[in-house]
Design a protein around this ligand. Structure first.
Ligand code: VG1
Ligand code: CO
Length: 542
């Protein structure tokens, strides 16, 4: 192996989910290598062990995999299992790490960010439980990037990653694995495939699945069309493309417009689902009906015992702090705990490992369970389909019945994307200054009960994560939350989260933007968003 001298880059701090930068940044000489070597240098005892490597197929995926394979060999890794064609969805990677008892894995993805020569790329390290590295590990990696002066790599021709099977690379074994099969087997062990198949093929039920030209195409084709018998064409945009067909592979009402048009159009099907770049997010739609992700988590929890994999009930539920409290109401009724964690899937890992939570969710279109340690888009769609097949009701009916029983947590997130960083920090600092004085103040019918900067103490290992978002809580349980994104690559993205509760079933059918208009106005009054961002309205409203 060859030792290459290098100099540190100062900007290799992993964010909410790995290191994300534009492709040209990653293409700078030594940039990727420095980060990968910093990962290896931060792992104790990885020599001789197995790693899983794959990505979402975006531009630079294949090149990065070759570099990682040659560096892994030089660093004494025993074996790398790599997804065929370099493809593995984030949930499939988590599944593989667990199934093969690997030491960890490297996922190449910038998730919901666009791909292409001038778009984004990312690298994420997952630990042996299959989940994103916790903050202790990402902090160690970042520390290492600041002082790194050399990396190790072997000189060898590129490895064939398109043919299944095993080869040797500088003393390391490379095994090219089928990207889809292990994951499909896991799904089949959790859900009633026979029942869903019958539902999809004989009951006149119609659906549309949008893979957004990202990684879930092959998975969705295999599961929905091949195994469950949905007609060809059910999965659209099914071919993964390096630039996602020029789209923004983020399954929300703005970026998944193809699917939204179909589900809100004439002769709309009964069910729609879209997934993001790396397959860990999901958006669920009914006929002319949007399911808010926070509601989705609560509804999955309330219906879990209808699903074979969860028939014995849930140990607990966990949600990220900005996610609505709809899941808390289900947990209370079930007599189980509901945990509130900072944004980012890594914070669920300990709760899942300790058996304290079975289902987890984030308002950002993320839901999953203890079957892996990542969020899982296709899993969420299957969960919904299994519920629909058992209950024989529409998506809308199921959501409305849920609200009648538990009340409705009106919820919305407003994103202001790619705003000037300095302005974003000024805005947050201004809001922060209100902290000592806001308690007890009234705004119309809302009285401030507290304002704080969310801090989380992990109940398993006692680690503390501070500054996870500014929260303003009102005496009636309503909330305004504000934080800056940790996944963007251009300027800053401000996220404003709004929530109020409506127990009265006759008042549950408002547009959330209307139901939340007073809170939206209060947020504007306190944070001066329009003035400081220079934007008249958010880029994305969920
Ligand atoms: C966003 C979401 C967060 C999610 C993260 C990674 O982070 O808000 O809930 O876990 O993306 O998702 P941020 O810091 O931009 O708000 V993914 O699918 O991009 O790995
Ligand atoms: Co993702």
């Amino acid at each position: 192996s060859r030792i290459v001298t290098t100099q540190p880059f100062t900007d290799q701090k992993p964010g909410t989910s790995g290191l994300r930068k534009s492709v040209p940044v990653f293409q700078q000489p030594h940039y990727l290598e420095n980060f990968v070597q910093s990962i290896f240098d931060s792992l104790n005892g990885c020599q001789g062990q197995t790693l899983v490597v794959g990505g979402d197929g975006r531009y630079f995926n294949r090149e990065a995999i070759q570099v990682i394979l040659k560096m892994a060999a030089a660093n004494g890794i025993g074996k790398v299992k790599v997804g065929q064609h370099g493809i593995l969805s984030t949930p499939a990677t988590s599944c593989a790490i667990r199934k093969f008892h690997a030491f960890g894995g490297i996922i190449l993805s910038a998730s919901h960010n666009p791909g292409g020569p001038n778009a984004d790329f990312g690298v994420k390290y997952n630990i042996g439980n299959g989940g994103p590295a916790p903050e202790t590990v990402t902090a160690a990696i970042f520390e290492r990037t600041k002082s790194i002066d050399c990396y190790q790599i072997i000189d060898a021709p590129d490895v064939d990653i398109d043919t299944l099977g095993t080869s040797e690379l500088g003393g390391m074994v490379v095994e090219v694995i089928d990207a889809v099969n292990d994951y499909v087997d896991l799904m089949q062990s959790l859900f009633d495939f026979d029942r869903i198949q019958q539902f999809l093929t004989t009951d006149g039920f119609r659906m549309c699945i949008d893979a957004m030209h990202a990684v879930t195409g092959p998975y969705a084709d295999q599961i929905f069309q091949q195994r469950l018998g949905a007609p060809a064409g059910t999965v659209q945009n099914a071919i993964p493309l390096v630039d996602f067909g020029g789209g923004h592979p983020d399954p929300n009402l703005v970026y998944a417009h193809d699917l939204v048009e179909i589900l809100f159009g004439d002769n709309a099907p009964d069910f729609g689902a879209a997934f993001d770049g790396d397959g860990d997010r999901n958006m669920i739609l009914g006929r002319r009906f949007f399911v808010n992700p926070s509601d989705s988590l609560a509804i999955l929890a309330a219906n879990a015992t209808l699903i074979p994999g969860y028939k014995d009930g849930l140990a607990g539920i966990a949600r990220s702090m900005p996610t609505s409290k709809a899941a808390d109401r289900v947990a209370a009724k079930l007599g189980i705990d509901c945990y509130e964690t900072p944004t980012g899937w890594k914070f669920f890992g300990n709760l899942l490992d300790a058996g304290k939570a079975t289902l987890c969710g984030e308002e950002s279109f993320g839901t999953s369970s203890n079957h892996i340690r990542e969020k899982d888009g296709i899993w969420a769609a299957l969960f919904w389909l299994n519920i629909l097949a058992v209950r024989q009701q529409s998506v809308e009916q199921i959501v409305q019945e849920h609200w009648q029983i538990y009340g409705r947590n009106y919820y919305s997130r407003h994103d202001y994307e790619a705003i000037d960083s300095d302005r974003a920090h000024t805005l947050m600092a201004g809001l922060n200054e209100l902290m000592p004085t806001l308690k007890g103040k009234t705004f119309g019918r809302y009285e401030v009960e507290f304002m704080d900067d969310f801090s989380y103490t992990d109940p398993i290992d006692g680690s503390v994560s501070q500054n996870q978002g500014l929260r303003i809580g009102f005496t009636d349980g309503s909330r305004i939350v504000c934080r800056l994104s940790g996944t963007g690559t251009q300027g800053a993205t401000l996220r404003l989260y709004l929530e109020s509760f409506e127990a009265d079933a006759t008042k549950q059918s408002l547009d959330p933007q209307v139901a939340l208009q007073d809170l939206i106005a209060i947020a504007e009054e306190l944070a001066h968003i329009r003035e400081l961002t220079g934007m008249e309205k958010p880029t994305v409203i969920t």
